[in-house]
Design a protein around this ligand. Structure first.
Ligand code: NAD
Length: 261
């Protein structure tokens, strides 16, 4: 088992379709002990129920927009686990009005919110977790990105700009924390119909487009993302940091443009 006895905090489970839930299942299969956070009381029941499916898993509240909640979450992890071996950040949010039509129409507030929740939160969380990750002989952080951070993808708009900031954060965090034994990487996943993705106009057509044209002729299954995460969280990737690993059936390798969807 690749993560035997490792303690992980997974931020971003909303329901059974969440990519973070795929990561949780894959990590548990490899022997990890998990804490799952829920964004608010509305999502708590889902996350408690899902957590109940994996022995020993506990849950905690965490809205990444609130600094005090990040502090409290780190404290809780220290008390319950006595330390931390890995952190998974699978959080994104933008105003629905900014995920349709043109990027050029993005409001100042919409830009701020998307970057605060989807990009800055990785830095804020990693800062609180780094002392624990470092203390136990080094640890790993994984976040989730999308091709829209590298190329202009129809309707992804400000979320693509936030993913570019997220991927740049991965490189800067990797540079800062590497000397302390903490690795930081991203998985750029292909499209999957999740709660967050349902806010992006045309997500159904995008999944269909991947099934038709991606080299592996498939959309994205959360367990594929989970298995890629196990690699990045385990000793198998001990020489890998500051990396963006594409788990997208090879779509990023194509030169063809993405049609309007
Ligand atoms: P999801 O809706 O299941 O997960 C998004 C999570 O973000 C939810 O659990 C939600 O509660 C959480 N979140 C939003 N605002 C928050 C806040 N203020 N505080 C705490 N949590 C907050 O959808 P998903 O598709 O699994 O998204 C997970 C990650 O994967 C996101 O970063 C997303 O951009 C990325 N991603 C998704 C796809 C896709 O097609 N679904 C593709 C590539 C990358």
């Amino acid at each position: 088992m690749l993560l035997s006895g490792k303690r992980g905090l997974i931020v971003g489970v909303a329901n059974k379709r969440s990519l973070a839930w795929g990561i949780a299942r894959a990590a548990a299969r490899e022997g990890a002990r998990l804490a799952l956070s829920y964004q608010n009381e509305r999502l708590r029941r889902n996350v408690d129920r899902l957590g109940g499916e994996i022995d020993g898993t506990w849950t905690l509240p965490l809205d990444v927009a609130v600094e005090e909640e990040i502090d409290a979450a780190a404290r809780m992890v220290r008390e319950r686990f006595g330390g931390l071996d890995f952190l998974v950040h699978a959080v994104a949010f933008a105003l629905r009005s900014d995920l349709a039509g043109d990027y050029v129409s993005t409001s100042r507030e919409g830009f701020r919110i998307a970057h605060d929740i989807s990009a800055y939160s990785l830095t804020a969380l990693t800062r609180r977790c780094a002392p624990m990750l470092e203390a136990d002989g080094g640890g790993a952080v994984v976040t989730l990105s999308y091709l829209g951070g590298e190329r202009a993808v129809p309707h992804y708009n400000v979320m693509g700009v936030a993913k570019a900031a997220l991927e740049a954060s991965v490189r800067y965090l990797a540079a800062d924390l590497g000397p302390r034994g903490v690795r930081v990487n991203a998985i750029s996943a292909g499209p999957a119909k999740t709660l967050a993705a349902s806010g992006v106009a045309g997500i159904g057509s995008m999944v269909k487009h991947y099934r038709e044209f991606a080299p592996l002729r498939a959309g994205t299954d959360p367990m594929e993302v989970g298995d890629a995460a196990v690699f990045l969280l385990s000793h198998l990737s001990r020489a890998v940091t500051g990396e963006v690993l594409h788990a997208d059936s090879g779509f990023h390798a194509l030169g063809a443009t993405i049609p309007g969807v």
